[in-house]
Design a binder for this molecule. Structure first.
Ligand SMILES: Nc1nc2c(c(=O)[nH]1)N[C@H]1C(S)=C(S)[C@@H](COP(=O)(O)OP(=O)(O)OC[C@H]3O[C@@H](n4cnc5c(N)ncnc54)[C@H](O)[C@@H]3O)O[C@H]1N2
Ligand code: MOO
Length: 421
């Protein structure tokens, strides 16, 4: 038998384990979380080498300091000349005078001549068109047109045609990836200001995860949640307190809180005699943002705050922990890192199944979504409940059904797709 904490009387409203504390509905819980996030100072910026910045979040707006192309350049390997100088019949041609390659700073073109020019080379002053090499014939050091009528600007990439100096290039909050590297490097940037990574601690608890326990179980949530939350802009560390001792749990919580910006606990938040997470946090001075949400599954989910630290207390059942992490922790971390809400924040489509809730709570059903003839269709993934880990591997979204609503085949429905960071 474990040593059980003596339960505080249910009338003690300072204890978040107290079931008399009012349960909030799902939208209220989200609103409380958004309000708490707004009160947090934004994450500091750090300057890191551009080469290491993929996956990080831009901490400031970037404007062009140089236009692109920086100067008029040739788009072709060929010959540059002044259009008006060229004999269009191809009979006379123009004498050749020199060669310009990319990287050269050419002298002005001699009047009445053409020069060899290579792709990317600066257009010499005096030239106003480029004809591709395969469209001329060169004989006796003269260039003759074969199959081209040149016009001013032909095959010239004009200075600033991509963008001018001062053009807004990327907004603060942009998650950087390979597509942004060339653009930033084109501005001479070797370093970039990004938000420093957010430190998240994931803490599981429960004596059943002690491998010496008489009925030991495999701990699943730290691996699952670390994989979900880990990204270039989020550093996750995890810890398992394989104990039912409030003191040992308290020590683990203290250590997690001290070294992290955000803590995510799983398990130990219901009303069992070994559910110590909330009383221990309360004793440490944490206050409750909300305690339990009118939703199924995931009802026990609770969010605490200690100073500037937010502590998500998720239910221990892996399915419920995953669902609460997707619905609460992921959007919070996106916003905290400075990312905009996920572009597929909400999916709308038609249900391929019928469902009538049996609770007065918001139900979240695991579904797989497919696109058929431009419309999203949701299929129900069978689940035996909040401990089901197999159904997660087949689901792609969580379909929301509010209390009092029911779903019929063909009903228009909303779902939150699973996301990563
Ligand atoms: N009297 C009541 N009992 C329960 C209620 C209630 O309202 N009244 N709510 C139920 C619901 S809903 C849930 S969800 C669970 C939540 O309980 P806890 O968050 O305290 O979770 P535990 O009791 O610690 O664990 C529940 C279950 O999940 C397994 N678990 C926990 N952590 C992990 C992990 N890291 N890896 C794998 N499996 C884990 C644990 O072994 C238990 O089987 O409370 C209900 N009870
Ligand atoms: O809500 Mo619990 O999260 O059903 O298992």
């Amino acid at each position: 038998m474990s040593d059980c904490l003596v339960r505080t009387p249910v009338s003690d409203r300072s204890n978040p384990a107290d079931l008399l504390l009012e349960m909030v509905d799902y939208d209220t819980a989200q609103a409380l979380l958004s309000a708490a996030l707004r009160e947090l100072p934004s994450v500091e910026a750090e300057h890191i080498p551009l080469a290491l910045s993929c996956g990080r979040i831009l901490a400031e707006d970037v404007r062009a300091v140089a236009c692109r192309p920086e100067t008029d350049i040739s788009a072709m390997d060929g010959y540059a000349f002044r259009c008006a100088d060229m004999d269009l019949s191809g009979q006379k041609g123009l004498p050749l005078s020199g060669c310009v390659a990319a990287g050269d700073s050419p002298e002005p073109l001699r009047d009445g001549t053409a020069c060899v020019i290579l792709t990317g080379a600066r257009i010499p002053a005096g030239a106003d068109c480029v004809v591709a090499r395969e469209r001329v014939v060169v004989a006796h050091d003269r260039v003759h047109l074969t199959n081209q009528t040149p016009v001013t600007g032909l095959n010239i990439r004009r200075k600033g045609e991509e963008f001018l100096s001062g053009t807004p290039l990327l907004p603060r909050g942009q998650a950087l990836d390979w597509r942004h590297m060339a653009l930033l490097a084109s501005q001479g940037m070797t370093h970039v200001a990004v938000s420093r990574p957010i430190r998240v601690a994931v803490l599981a608890n429960g004596a059943e995860f002690d491998c010496h326990a008489a009925d030991a179980r495999t701990e699943l949530n730290t691996l699952m949640l670390s994989a979900m939350l880990q990204s270039e802009s989020i550093r996750v560390r995890s810890r398992v307190a394989a104990t039912d001792s409030p003191d040992e749990l308290g020590e683990a919580l203290r250590e997690c809180i001290e070294h992290s910006d955000v803590v995510v606990t799983t398990g130990g938040i219901s009303v069992g005699q070994t559910d110590h997470v909330l009383p221990v946090l309360t004793r440490m001075g944490a206050t409750c943002l909300f305690r339990r949400v009118r939703m199924r599954p995931g009802k026990p989910v609770t969010v605490m705050r200690l100073g500037r630290k937010i502590i998500f207390c998720l239910p221990g059942n892996p399915g419920a922990a995953a669902l609460c992490a997707q619905l609460f922790v992921m959007p919070f971390l996106r916003a905290f890192t400075g990312l905009p809400p996920h572009r597929e924040n909400r999916l709308a489509g038609r249900s391929a199944f019928a469902f009538t809730p049996t609770t007065d709570a918001t139900s979240f059903l695991p579904v797989a979504h497919t696109e058929e003839e431009g419309e999203i269709r949701f299929s129900l993934i069978p689940s035996v409940g909040a401990s089901d880990v197999r159904c997660l591997t087949r689901a792609t979204a969580l379909l929301r059904v509010d209390a009092g609503e029911s779903v019929d085949i063909g009903s228009y429905c909303r779902a939150v797709p699973f996301t990563d960071l």
